[in-house]
Design a protein around this ligand. Structure first.
Ligand code: SF4
Ligand code: SF4
Length: 309
């Protein structure tokens, strides 16, 4: 299901707030990572972002196998297998075990923040935003999965004179997309694949609505940069590069950033008790990234190669 306007009160679930970021838009930025995403990309390097509810992360390498966590759990949700604590579905995400673990081997990914709390948090760095031309970046997960809150937050940032970047996958009902995404000063639109069958296979959803929203955004004249994660063997074939070039020029996009794939997030899958299904894919070679960029440039697009995606 695409994301529709949610009816939640003005609070949101986030899993990280990163201050002093220099890779998520112009200047120095505070990046807010919203929890929950309608896509399930195989290469996702933030798997803790995918589910809308909070989750327990377990850092095996830090664990001393003392089982203090199991003893502390008020819901008896932790059992033991060979000294390793195993969390069951009975977990209430209360966080008691994280307090009990002296080794900091357990964390809860996800917490609720109110609008007032989040605005106060980002305003702490307003002086750095003003000096550097920075601001706030909304990332995730998919921020528009919590569209009502994000709309209020973008409005609050505007009133405070804080520049905003919205990073989105675009899989959101068209009306919601127009109402909320267009409030951002700049949209980073993440586009994974043009081939519809491959998109569905690799992300779990159709790209029809995504391309519709991209077309509307480009036609609106609002600032947008399309960001493509370049994943060898997934979306960097000669045919797919041709599809990207044709689609982006058709739609009227000007700025494109290529983000080379990396495996840095693959370790997180184990911490969440999940499996990284993409396999052993290498980082794209510089010459292959260069070929991709040149194809876009020759079509009249302004294409750059960014940091690791
Ligand atoms: S309390 Fe921490 S260190 Fe001890 S078993 Fe639990 S996770 Fe491991
Ligand atoms: S978060 Fe709470 S319920 Fe879940 S395992 Fe830890 S102590 Fe038990």
């Amino acid at each position: 299901m695409a994301t529709s306007p949610d009816a939640a009160p003005p609070s949101a679930r986030v899993f990280n707030i990163m201050r002093f970021s220099t890779h998520d838009g112009p200047g120095i930025r505070t990046t807010v990572f919203f929890k929950g995403c309608p896509l399930a990309c195989e290469w996702c390097h933030n798997p803790e972002s995918q589910r809308s509810q909070s989750e327990v992360l377990y850092f095996e390498e830090r664990c001393r196998h003392c089982l203090d966590c199991a003893a502390a759990c008020p819901h008896h949700a932790i059992s033991e297998s060979g000294g390793v604590p195993i969390t069951s579905a009975a977990c209430h995400l209360c966080g008691v075990c994280t307090e009990a673990c002296a080794a900091e081997a357990r964390q809860i990914a996800g917490r609720r923040v109110s609008l007032a709390e989040l605005v106060a948090e980002v305003k702490r760095d307003q002086v750095f935003f003003e000096e550097s031309g920075g601001g706030v970046t909304l990332s995730g997960g998919e921020p528009l999965a919590q569209s009502r809150f994000v709309s209020s937050f973008l409005g609050a940032c505007r009133r405070e004179g804080i520049h905003t970047v919205l990073e989105t996958c675009g899989y959101v009902y068209a009306e919601t997309f127009r109402q909320v995404a267009y409030q951002a000063d700049l949209v980073y639109f993440d586009l994974k694949l043009i081939d519809p069958t491959a998109h569905h296979q690799r992300t779990g959803v159709s790209n029809r609505l995504i391309l519709h929203n991209l077309q509307g955004l480009a036609a609106s004249g609002r600032p947008v940069t399309v960001r493509i994660p370049v994943i060898p063997g997934v979306n960097d074939s000669v045919d797919e590069i041709r599809h990207f070039t044709a689609c982006l020029t058709d739609v009227g996009i000007r700025n494109v950033e290529l983000l080379p794939y990396h495996r840095i997030g693959s370790e997180k899958y184990r911490r969440l008790g999940r499996t990284y299904t993409l396999g052993d894919i290498p980082q794209p070679a510089p010459e292959d990234l260069g070929r991709f960029r040149d194809a876009l440039t020759h079509a009249g697009l302004h294409a750059t190669i960014g940091g690791l995606s």
